[in-house]
Design a protein around this ligand. Structure first.
Ligand code: PMP
Length: 450
């Protein structure tokens, strides 16, 4: 593969864009390929190389790179009509109604422009609504580039994880290990009346994919209720991806007070959203006094794309298709790993998948020939043979051979024309544009690369 054009573009970018990219995960080594255009499940780079794409914009592109016809028509018509006004439009009401109809916990939605903005606003909402300051988050969880959640450490010893954030922000954030109900209980025992909210991804989706163990979210629901704190599900990735239109909260049967969305709900355009009970959401200005505002919020083009995206999913076999291919990939990779690399673990559910380069095989076995998929089925049951070796916390993934993914495996796959997420921690996504033939090609590449 030639990469002359991408390399030249990267050189130009390095002079005028910090690190050459506008989002740090894009700075793949030794240099990123620059995309020229998308085509179904593929992207074509500036040198004409074609890749089968499982990055899918880091999650939003449920249909791949070609918009279904109703989405394209709505986007084009709203773009040429406006494109935006600073006054409300019908399509934002339609999208909010659609979300309220399908997502169990949502009565009202406020739309914003990114997942980060959604979690920033949700945290402010929880603090304003409860009159409390502390936020409990998960170690290894990710809620975007926001001051209150960019922390490292545990319990009362959280520190900002980036320069530029005063440590006073971290004083109000309590990170606990995911899936550890006792740790959450302890924190509530000590700080119960200071905690505004527990903010948690239903599935840790930015740390190699970690499934919740049975009963964990139920326990968080009880604890928050007992102590007058809010339970916030960050469904920026899982929303309209896991559990179909009901999202992960529908799949797991746990109803949060507030949900943050992003990615798919904007149909490929910049978006975030905060949904929840009317009584809580009405604390936002102008109905309440928790300040929230945005020039581009509820942008007509985004709202139209999101609404048509979700309507299309309601009317076609979209989730059936992506989930079936997701399962084929997970099972197929698992079979290859069992033969060639028995200590590796396949994680994911629905249309999400990733391989974790764990160091040890399944507990109590030599690993050879065992199934390696850590999915929704296994989380239910401690007697499941795979349960012990499935990652339970962010640390379980971070302790694996994370460098092996990026330095070796990701490159090997890219050289075979398969575009995966470049670091160990980011999930991969199947779209409606992927086919059974694509899955076969991908498994063939995994076989060679593993
Ligand atoms: N929350 C979660 C769970 C995410 O995965 C992300 C981004 N991947 C965000 C929040 C931030 O969203 P954005 O990048 O749109 O700001």
């Amino acid at each position: 593969m030639r990469h002359d054009e991408s390399r030249a573009l990267y050189d130009r970018a390095l002079s005028v864009i910090p690190g050459g990219v506008n989002s740090s995960v894009r700075a793949t080594r030794p240099y990123p390929f620059f995309v020229e255009h998308g085509d179904g499940a593929h992207v074509v780079d500036a040198d004409g190389n074609r890749y089968l794409d499982y990055v899918m914009g880091y999650g939003p592109l449920l249909y791949g790179h070609d918009m279904p016809e109703p989405v394209r028509a709505a986007v084009q018509s709203h773009a040429s009509d406006g494109p935006m006004y600073g006054a409300p439009t019908e399509v934002e009401v339609e999208l909010a109604e659609f979300v309220a109809r399908h997502v169990p916990s949502v009565e009202m939605t406020r739309f914003v422009n990114s997942g980060t903005e959604a979690t920033v606003s949700a945290v402010r909402l929880a603090r304003g609504y409860t009159g409390r300051d502390k936020i409990v988050v998960m170690q290894g969880g990710y809620h975007g580039a926001q001051e209150s959640t960019l922390v490292e450490g545990a319990f009362e010893n959280a520190e900002p994880s980036s320069p530029g954030i005063p440590s006073s922000f971290a004083e109000h954030t309590i990170p606990v290990p995911f899936n550890d109900a006792e740790a959450a209980e302890r924190v509530f025992e000590e700080h119960g009346d200071e905690i505004a909210a527990v903010l948690v991804e239903p599935i840790l989706a930015n740390t190699g994919i970690v499934m919740p163990v049975d009963g964990y979210h139920e326990r968080l629901r009880e604890l928050t209720e007992e102590h007058g704190a809010l339970l916030i599900f960050d469904e920026v990735i899982t929303g309209f991806r896991v559990g179909g239109l009901q999202c992960a909260q529908g799949k797991f049967g746990v109803t949060p007070d507030v949900t943050t969305f992003g990615k798919i709900v904007g149909g490929g355009f910049p978006v975030g959203a905060i949904g929840g009970k009317a009584e809580i959401l009405e604390s936002f200005t102008p109905s309440g006094d928790v300040f929230q505002s945005g020039t581009f919020s509820g942008h007509p083009v985004t709202m139209a794309a999101g609404y048509e995206y979700l309507k299309y999913a309601a009317e076609h076999d979209v989730y059936e298709h992506v989930n079936r291919l997701g399962e084929r990939l997970r099972e197929g990779i698992s079979d290859i790993a069992a033969d060639q690399a028995p200590s590796y673990t396949v994680v994911g559910t629905d249309s999400m998948f990733k391989t974790v380069f764990t160091r040890e095989g399944p507990a109590g076995s030599d690993g050879v020939g065992d199934s390696h998929v850590c999915d929704a089925g296994c989380r239910q049951d401690e007697s499941c043979a795979r349960y012990d070796h499935c990652p339970k916390t962010g640390a379980d993934v971070a302790n694996a051979e994370t460098e092996r993914w990026e330095r070796i495996f990701w490159q090997e796959m890219k050289d075979r024309g398969i575009f995966l997420t470049a670091n160990q921690f980011e999930s991969q996504f199947v779209s409606y544009a992927h086919t059974d033939e694509d899955v076969e090609e991908t498994l063939e590449a995994y076989k060679e690369a593993l």
